[in-house]
Design a protein around this ligand. Structure first.
Ligand code: GLU
Length: 428
């Protein structure tokens, strides 16, 4: 987001165009799918704690709903742009399709920095966003969820505002709610755990026991922390993590060659995933530049921060030993870097597949809300594993059968399903 020359939507469209070619899609289908169906730009007036008034800009984009209601998170970020939200909405359509859940794709964003907003001010941003968009969203049309710098608490405020406006209880309006308030057990873990389910499957294919592998992770937010958690449970060793430092306005990597201690690092991390440098140093971590996570001598790289992180400028720094890249973030690899990675024959688990665990669990949350009957955590995570594993198997089988790159295989399956739904409905 910080790089002005990077346009995520152009990248998403270029990825789509490539697959449209592979699938030989007709012109009308291409025109429909390379743009979003609908987008909303809103202004959100908020009375700040000091009594002043401030207006925040927000967006909601619905890329496609042929397979079901639009689905996707809402991000709070100071560098948010409409083009990033457009790209992320399109990626959500493909993500829901690749794991074959009956949902379309959407995304939202508000240009704001929660680091500098009190909880009351954040609540007002959440409620204001819903007030502007309540006519255009709902359980059967477009369903938001948490994303970068938004949490279960934000979802509950949004739900409360929506239900107040509509005058009825509609827990299916939003997912990622707190457990006990219509949320699903396992939703917090789902994205990170899903990343590791796919890594586990990739390691099986490569015939490498997880216990003999090491990994380096970019980011230390929700996705990264739970990916590290499950990866360590299957005996992998994480030697490096990186995160954004709000005070210095740059990122740093934290390395411990014998393996990082997740609980210890969590204990010195703020709610945005920022690790306290001074305390980490005391605990024996080496503090390295932000990009150092990419250069580590490890088997697995897990970018789990933001888009456009592995680029033409740094892709050469990826070490020789790296065998797998699992994209926990959305769009972390630029097309140029992706081509270089494909050439090196690194096993790529692309974002739409690797991080689909979050939205898959959101779908389970909707199902549970509809029944008003909530499953045990093991049941949720077991179902999540089945979904992720079968999606991985289908993508990897197609990649092998057609001799194509994993990302292309995932796109062929996803775009093919969405194009079919649009055709069957008689749209194109
Ligand atoms: N924000 C997550 C994503 O990018 C989850 C979306 C959802 O659960 O709807 O996949």
């Amino acid at each position: 987001m910080a790089d002005k020359s990077f346009n995520a939507f152009e990248m998403a469209q270029a990825q789509f165009d490539r697959v449209a070619g592979l699938l030989d899609l007709d012109e009308a289908t291409r025109q429909l799918l390379r743009y979003n169906l609908r987008e909303y730009h809103v202004s959100i007036p908020v009375r700040m704690d000091d009594g002043s008034h401030k207006v925040f800009r927000g967006f909601r984009v619905q890329h496609n709903d042929a397979r079901g209601p639009a689905k996707g998170g809402i991000r709070f970020h100071p560098m948010e742009t409409i083009d990033t939200v457009r790209a992320l909405a399109m990626w959500m359509t493909w993500k829901c399709a690749v794991v074959d859940i009956p949902l379309g794709g959407g995304k939202g964003g508000v240009i704001c920095d929660p680091h500098h907003l009190s909880m009351r001010e954040q609540e007002q941003v959440c409620r204001g966003w819903v007030r502007q968009l309540s006519k255009n969203m709902g359980p059967l049309t477009d369903v938001p969820a948490p994303d970068v710098m938004t949490s279960a608490q934000h979802m509950l405020w949004m739900l409360d505002e929506f239900e107040t406006i509509r005058g009825e209880k509609l827990p299916g309006f939003i997912t990622g709610k707190p457990v006990g308030m219509g949320g699903s057990l396992g939703r917090t873990e789902a994205t990170g755990f899903g990343v590791v389910f796919t890594i586990r499957e990739a390691l099986k294919e490569l015939n490498i026991p997880p216990s003999e592998t090491t990994a380096s992770v970019q980011g230390f937010g929700n996705v990264a922390q739970y990916a590290i958690d499950l990866y360590q449970q299957i005996w992998g060793k994480v030697v490096c993590v990186s995160c954004w430092d709000q005070t210095d306005q740059t990122s740093y990597s934290f390395r411990k060659k014998n393996g990082i201690d997740l609980a210890e690092l969590r204990g010195i991390t703020d709610r945005f995933g920022g690790i306290d440098k001074a305390k980490a140093k005391e605990l024996g971590y080496e503090i390295l530049p932000g990009e150092a996570w990419l250069e580590q001598d490890v088997d697995i790289l897990i970018p789990a921060a933001l888009e456009n992180q592995i680029t033409a400028a740094n892709v050469k720094k990826i070490g020789d030993r790296v065998k797998i890249i699992a994209e926990g973030a959305n769009g972390p690899t630029s097309p140029e870097a992706d081509a270089a990675i494909a050439k090196r024959k690194i096993f790529m688990i692309p974002d739409l597949l690797a991080n689909a665990g979050g939205v898959t669990c959101s779908y389970f949350e909707q199902v549970q809300c509809n029944m008003n009957y909530f499953w045990e955590k093991d049941e949720v995570l077991g179902k999540l594993d089945v979904k992720m594993t079968s999606a991985f198997a289908a993508v990897s089988e197609l990649a092998k059968k057609r001799g194509i790159y994993m990302r292309d295989a995932a796109y062929v399956i996803a775009v093919g399903r969405v194009a079919r739904a649009c055709k069957d409905r008689g749209w194109v």
